[in-house]
Design a protein around this ligand. Structure first.
Ligand SMILES: NC(=O)c1ccc[n+]([C@@H]2O[C@H](COP(=O)([O-])OP(=O)(O)OC[C@H]3O[C@@H](n4cnc5c(N)ncnc54)[C@H](OP(=O)(O)O)[C@@H]3O)[C@@H](O)[C@H]2O)c1
Length: 224
């Protein structure tokens, strides 16, 4: 079985550069999707944990946990963790797609040895209204045709090319397999630039709803 390439984390362990998301999977769909994903070669599965960072550090020391990651942390929040923690998080998971490519945050995290995991990488495709543009555009279709790939595969290849670790959700076995079949080609600089052209800075996950609550830790009020 072919496994995905990996990226070396700051604690020496390796993490596959493509993962499967499970949020909002219905009934037993999640279990079946994870089983199929493992069968085709995924070794990076994203689920939700609720314990605090310090508690996770204790688990690392006990040898019960290998790596700690955070999610939806902006650059200031990472700086706070770095100043107060003993173990640097290996990754930060934020929304990342061609429309919200997170180049500044990726660069900041890279400087600190932290990888960026990108959720909602396909922007939750909606075939009925042909959105988001980067999935249904003519430009991406032309690139996809050249490589004999689909637009979602080109988007995932673009994100991996940026150094992002996309985690996409699918409960469909064909699409789980399709999304994994991206490691046999790389986009040219010109093709990467075409995908760069879809950056608007706007994501689709409505985390801005909590902005209205004026939460003191709301992470998206600054540039990155
Ligand atoms: N940390 C956080 O705050 C946070 C927030 C949001 C998401 N996440 C994580 O990120 C994961 C992925 O994000 P997401 O589910 O929001 O968005 P996504 O992966 O961009 O999109 C998921 C949608 O795309 C469809 N899809 C998958 N592959 C496709 C393909 N090749 N062609 C066409 N459609 C395709 C799926 O349908 P089918 O299932 O029918 O294939 C599903 O409706 C979540 O499951 C969750 O684990 C984390």
């Amino acid at each position: 079985m072919k496994l995905a390439p990996t990226v070396k984390l700051n604690n020496g362990y390796e993490m596959p550069v493509l993962g499967l998301g499970t949020y909002n999977s219905k009934d037993n769909e999640g279990e079946a999707a994870v089983k199929h994903a493992i069968d085709v070669g995924y070794r990076h599965i994203d689920t939700a944990f609720l314990d605090t960072y310090k508690a996770m550090e204790k688990l690392v020391k006990l040898g019960l946990v290998r790596s700690i990651g955070v999610s939806n942390f902006n650059s200031e929040q990472l700086a706070l963790v770095l100043a107060n923690c003993e173990i640097t998080p290996v990754t930060n998971q934020v929304e990342c797609s061609p429309a919200l490519n997170q180049k500044a945050l990726t660069a900041f995290y890279k400087e600190n040895g932290v990888t960026l995991t990108g959720y909602t990488p396909l922007g939750k495709p909606k075939p009925d209204i042909q959105k988001p543009d980067f999935i249904y555009s003519t430009e991406v279709a032309v690139i996809a045709k050249k490589y004999g790939k689909t637009a979602p595969q080109i988007v995932l290849r673009y994100l991996v090319g940026l150094g992002v670790i996309p985690i996409l959700k699918s409960s469909n076995t064909n699409r789980i397999s399709e999304n994994f079949d991206i490691f046999d080609s790389e986009l040219t600089a010109e093709e990467m630039a075409v995908l760069d052209g879809f950056h608007t800075g706007e994501g689709v996950v409505p985390l801005n709803l909590i902005k209205g609550l004026s939460h003191k830790y709301y992470p998206f009020a600054i540039e990155f």
